[in-house]
Design a protein around this ligand. Structure first.
Ligand SMILES: NC(=O)c1ccc[n+]([C@@H]2O[C@H](COP(=O)([O-])OP(=O)(O)OC[C@H]3O[C@@H](n4cnc5c(N)ncnc54)[C@H](OP(=O)(O)O)[C@@H]3O)[C@@H](O)[C@H]2O)c1
Length: 238
């Protein structure tokens, strides 16, 4: 899909990778519906909005709340007749707890935000008739992490985050089967090790390089449905 003059939704668009996704999608002349838990405090999005010529909407969404997701999806429906690209980007960690520290609540919190959230967001936009169908194809990109790869786990630990992203991976696989007949492609993305608040500003790349690579993957001719790619185009093992 060429990402120009499209309608794109980015969850967790107020900072980090999400904010840069919003920035680069706007620069490609797309219309963007960004989400923030606190739109009134999303100053970077507000600045972008001032120069976006009406192409950026900032909406309120908490992906851990089914009620928030349902009312937000109705708001998206009022803003746009069709969503071409949904990026389920919002995510959390438990602070990288090790064996002996991780709690049941840590596991549940990561699972609720990182696995259940993207599923319910996709489900509600689909229920609103905004994904696929007669209005055209849609691309759903779920921001997972290589830390959710079972094959790639060579260092252990990080139980809550790893399990929640592994859960998201199987959710994406089912979406890729269930929604394909309606023209919806569901792909997993690993953004790399990116310097954001989530990583304590450690990492190998900045958000600009990360998002440039992710958008190139989404715009490529490769088969995306049910697949998993890193920002540099590498295939991630399951
Ligand atoms: N950075 C990396 O190296 C890396 C690597 C692999 C995967 N990822 C994934 O990439 C995505 C973005 O990460 P990032 O590094 O940009 O993280 P970040 O800087 O911590 O940003 C996380 C974003 O998610 C939002 N969010 C958190 N909980 C939410 C909730 N309950 N409802 C709605 N929004 C919520 C945050 O909003 P608030 O401002 O309201 O908290 C923020 O906008 C995540 O899914 C992450 O797991 C990142």
């Amino acid at each position: 899909m060429q990402l120009a003059n499209k309608t794109c939704v980015v969850t967790g668009g107020n900072r980090g990778i999400g904010l840069e996704l919003v920035r680069q999608l706007l620069a490609k002349n797309n219309t963007v519906i960004a989400t923030a838990r606190k739109p009134e405090a999303a100053s970077d999005l507000q600045k972008l909005q001032a120069s976006a010529g009406g192409r950026l909407s900032v909406t309120k969404l908490d992906v851990t709340s089914p009620q928030s997701i349902e009312s937000w999806a109705a708001e998206v429906k009022a803003l746009a007749p069709h969503v071409d690209l949904l990026v389920n980007n919002a995510g959390v960690t438990d602070g990288w707890k090790e064996l002996g520290e991780v709690t049941a609540q840590d596991m549940l919190d990561c699972f609720t935000a990182n696995c259940i959230g993207p599923l319910l967001v996709t489900q509600q936009l689909h229920k609103q008739g905004l994904l696929g169908g007669r209005a055209g194809s849609s691309l759903v990109a779920n921001m997972t992490s290589k830390m959710g790869s079972i094959d790639d786990n060579g260092s252990g630990s990080d139980y809550a985050y790893r399990a929640s992203k592994a859960g998201l991976n199987i959710v994406n696989k089912s979406l890729s089967i269930d929604l394909a007949p309606e023209g919806v492609t569901s792909v997993l993305l690993h953004p790399g090790y990116v310097r954001t608040d989530m990583t304590g500003w450690n990492g190998n790349i900045d958000t600009q390089a990360c998002v440039k690579g992710l958008l190139a993957v989404l715009e490529s001719d490769r088969e995306l449905n049910g697949k998993w790619y890193a920002f540099d185009g590498k295939v991630i093992p399951w």
